[in-house]
Structure formats: structure tokens, C-alpha cells
Design a binder for this molecule. Structure first.
Ligand code: HEC
Length: 207
């Protein structure tokens, strides 16, 4: 009996020390451990790093070109990123999105209050690269991982001055808001929603 109590007190003490050392992270870890598999989260983080490198690589491969981007070159930069995001969603049962307050494709507008707050948080904290939160999306509980997207020099041929946008952008996106950016600006963010496994299982059983 006594050893039992000692063990509980010791366990609580350890938890408190951990929380004091790194409060937000410790809580986040503790909450996440109960829901999202840490390996899954690590995988999401890694996939998004690759997705972001894909875009940077494609954009910088255009930099040397002097001719104005055509329909063909347009297909070579941000469209493939959207397509890969869709593929990641299907492969993993996640929802992978790009979100921006100044969007070009209306499908990328902020979708929830939390996503607006996440954008504001990135805007206010230029050093913040990413974070995750517990959220409910379309009636499903899960973890949503957010990762910032910064403007690089290679982006400006299509996201720079309004009048300098390629004709094909002007033609295809009449309600475009994604221009007048400068290097280092927040362009938007990736948002990966990972539904809780328990929910996903229950849903599968129901179907
Ligand atoms: C060749 C032109 C071109 C270049 C260069 C380019 N983009 Fe885009 N970008 C687009 C187009 C077109 C879309 C809309 C794609 C769609 O319909 O999904 C877009 C969409 C986006 C989106 C999704 C949100 C939205 O506004 O719809 C982000 C984020 C983005 N671009 C970031 C970047 C970054 C960062 C770079 C530089 C590393 C870059 N882009 C370079 C043309 C370009």
C-alpha cells in the first residue's frame, strides 16, 4: 500500500518537473501521446518539409529563364505542390492543405477560425516555423500541424508586383490576391489534419 502511494507521488513529482522544464511542449506531448501516434506526426512533418523543398526547387529552376512564364511553366511550380498535397491526403488519411490569407486559388482561403489564428501567429512570430494543436475539423477530432511558407526571391516572378504577374495568372485567377509579396514575407502555411485513429476506426466499422 505504502509503496503504491510512494510510486504515485514520485510519478506526479516527475511530471511536474517535466512540465516546469518545458511547459508548453510537455503538455503538448502529454496530450498528443493520448491521441496521435508520435511517429505519424513525425511523418507528417517530414512529408511537409519535402513538399516545401519541391516547390522551392521548382521555382528556382525557373529563375534563369528570361521568357515570361506560360501555361506550361505554371504547371511546373505551385500546381504540382497542390497535387502532391492531395496525394499525401489520400495515401495517409490526412487532410493536407495550403492556406493563405492572400490566396490565388480560392480553395486555399482560411477554412476555420483556428486557421486564421494560426496565420496570425506566424505573422507575429517570424521565427516560428511550425506547431500543432488539438482541433475538431468536420466533426472529427484530431491534431492539426501547421508549417509556415515564406516568400523567396524565386517566387516573385509570379507573386511579386501586381502588374508584373504573368498574363496567364491574370487570365486564370481573376480574383487573385497572391501578389505584391516581398522576400521574407509570410506567404501562407501548410495545414495537415491527422484525425484520431480511434475515430477513424469507428468510422470504418460504421461504414
Ligand atoms: C510560375 C509561377 C509561380 C511561381 C514561380 C510561384 N508560384 Fe505560387 N502559385 C502560382 C499559382 C498559379 C498558384 C495557384 C495554384 C492553384 O491553383 O492551386 C500558386 C499558389 C501558391 C500557394 C497556395 C496558396 C494560394 O495562393 O493559392 C502558395 C502557398 C504559393 N503559391 C507559394 C509560392 C512560393 C513560396 C513560391 C516560391 C518558392 C511560389 N509560390 C512560386 C504560381 C507561381
Amino acid at each position: 500500500m505504502l509503496t503504491h502511494i510512494y510510486r504515485i507521488v514520485f510519478g506526479m513529482g516527475l511530471a511536474i518537473v517535466f512540465i516546469l522544464l518545458n511547459p508548453s511542449q510537455a503538455w503538448a506531448q502529454a496530450i498528443l501521446a493520448a491521441h496521435t501516434n508520435p511517429d505519424t506526426l513525425a511523418k507528417a512533418v517530414q512529408e511537409i518539409e519535402q513538399l516545401d523543398s519541391l516547390r522551392s526547387g521548382l521555382a528556382s529552376s525557373l529563375e534563369g529563364r528570361t521568357e515570361e512564364p506560360t501555361m506550361q511553366t505554371m504547371k511546373e511550380v505551385c500546381k504540382p505542390v497542390g497535387m502532391r498535397a492531395m496525394q499525401l491526403s489520400q495515401e495517409n488519411g490526412w487532410q493536407v492543405k495550403q492556406i493563405s490569407g492572400k490566396y490565388r486559388n480560392p480553395a486555399h482561403a482560411p477554412d476555420t477560425l483556428q486557421s486564421k489564428l494560426a496565420l496570425a501567429r506566424f505573422e507575429q512570430n517570424p521565427e516560428l516555423m511550425g506547431f500543432w494543436e488539438r482541433e475538431t475539423l468536420n466533426d472529427q477530432e484530431g491534431t492539426r500541424y501547421y508549417r509556415r511558407i515564406n516568400v523567396e526571391a524565386s517566387c516573385l516572378s509570379c507573386h511579386g508586383l501586381k502588374n508584373n504577374r504573368p498574363q496567364v495568372v491574370k487570365d486564370n485567377y481573376p480574383q487573385d490576391l497572391a501578389y505584391d509579396f516581398q522576400v521574407g514575407d509570410l506567404r501562407g502555411m501548410y495545414a495537415v489534419f491527422i484525425p484520431d485513429v480511434k475515430d477513424a476506426l469507428q468510422q470504418a466499422l460504421r461504414e
